[in-house]
Ligand binder design. Sequence first.
Ligand SMILES: [Fe+2]
Length: 221
Amino acid sequence: MRVNRSFGYLLGMDNLTNPSIDNDALSEIIQEGLPPEFDDPNYSFTSDKTPFGLDDLHLDDRFQGLFQEITTSILQYFSNMAFQKAEYYISKAWATYTKQKQFIATHKHVASHYSFVYYVQADEEIHSPITFYEPAQGLRVPESKIWNADNYRSLKIKPKTGLFIMFPSHVEHGTEEMAETDVARISISGDIVITAEGGHKTEYLLPSPSTWRKLNGPVTH
Ligand SMILES: [Fe+2]
């Protein structure tokens, strides 16, 4: 019997293969930006937590080729959604860098509707997968010992260069400790916020930021 647990269908996946994306060049840019003191034995490095707050890669000219392709995938993903009169924004985007023995603790993104990850440098044979966990509601349901497509509470996806994954921001996710390897896993993550189109009112979406009134600092409206 097929049990339609919709979690698995919430994820969107794409392979970005356009030659305008130079993954080697992007990997170099990210590695050159690693702070010299970066050497945590456990946790992966994420650029949004540096003193410089590098969480605006979507505005960085060096990443524009990639973000054009990401934009195409995101809009394709949302093209069948009920909210047609909507605006889609990337609110932030940052890099992650994982060496051997490091991992990304389970977490969720709390300041957006959807999130994404793109693998700039990853190998499904040597790098640990990303695991998504079904949102917990009510009493805890134990994990199944045997995974199949009809019965699971978590989903592991092996990373590979060019893979693009979208998921609702409230879905918890993380990676396991990475095996012995000299090759780092490098990815770019980002958050997406959905609002209504300017002039279109609906109770289900944030109004367009073009109609917001800022209360502190200079008045914008
Ligand atoms: Fe994340």
